[in-house]
Write a protein that binds this ligand. Structure first.
Ligand code: GLP
Length: 242
């Protein structure tokens, strides 16, 4: 059963999770962070950037692995997750870019990209703390409903609902790629600590399904119930159906 922490707002969630990440970095300066994209983790990244500055944390050996990437966006596209992770995480936190990995969504090498990503995570010794958001469909990473709970990194087709949700980041909805490469649910479950964040009414059902629903591939977030150390940090609205 995941531990659920209800906080007043996103800023408080960010402070709480940033505190846990900062402690981890102090304990283990070469720790491996699992990084999510989307709007949900942004308050955590901002709070962590402040902590790093104020506490003068040494992050020169901190490593990171993003959960997912779109397939087929032009290299350097500002909404590609490589660019997002650089802008929202690597630069503000002062991480070394070569230590922060994002799956490679280039179509030419996509056949080998998934297995390579799994190998890179293993070679790093696994993820210490995985930050997760959750989609309205219940997806974690880009593991849409129907994803095997044992799945590894692979190419997936995005649901229309997720494409519509993410259209806000693009000039037109047609520009949202159809495919992605994402860590699997089995990959995510190998992280030593999962921290799932969710805010607002729109996430309330996905949170209830993840925390209290049956564990099922049709509700990918419910996989966190299989994990021995999962923490869910939500505001009142996202907790309203618990
Ligand atoms: C995105 C990402 C997920 C993220 C989710 C929620 O598309 N691939 O990793 O958790 O959807 O996004 P948001 O935090 O913007 O609601």
């Amino acid at each position: 059963m995941a531990e659920v922490v209800i906080v007043p707002d996103e800023a408080a969630a960010g402070e709480l999770v940033a505190g846990a990440v900062a402690e981890l970095i102090v304990d283990r300066p070469d720790s491996v962070l699992g990084l999510a994209t989307g709007s949900t983790p942004l308050s955590t990244y901002r709070a962590l950037a402040r902590r790093i500055e104020v506490d003068r944390l040494d992050v020169s050996r901190v490593r990171g692995f993003a959960l997912d990437e779109y397939v087929g966006l032009p290299a350097g596209h500002p909404e590609g997750y490589r660019a997002v992770i650089t802008r929202e995480v690597v630069e503000p936190l002062g991480l070394r870019p070569e230590l922060v990995h994002v799956p490679n969504g280039a179509p030419e090498t996509i056949r080998i990209a998934a297995a390579e990503y799994e190998r890179a995570i293993d070679a790093a010794g696994g993820v210490d703390l995985q930050i997760l958001g959750i989609g309205r469909t219940g997806h974690i990473g880009f593991n849409e409903p129907g994803s095997s709970l044992a799945s590894l990194t692979r190419v997936k087709t995005l649901t229309e609902e997720t494409r519509a949700d993410n259209a806000r980041f693009f000039d037109s909805p047609d520009e949202v790629p159809m495919h992605c490469i994402t860590q699997g649910i089995g990959t995510i479950l190998r992280a030593r600590h999962l921290v799932l964040l969710a805010f607002g009414d729109a996430k309330a059902q996905a949170v209830a399904d993840a925390v209290e629903g049956p564990v099922s591939a049709s509700r990918p977030g419910s996989a966190i119930q299989l994990h021995p150390h999962a923490t869910v940090v939500v505001d009142e609205a996202a907790a309203s159906r618990l």
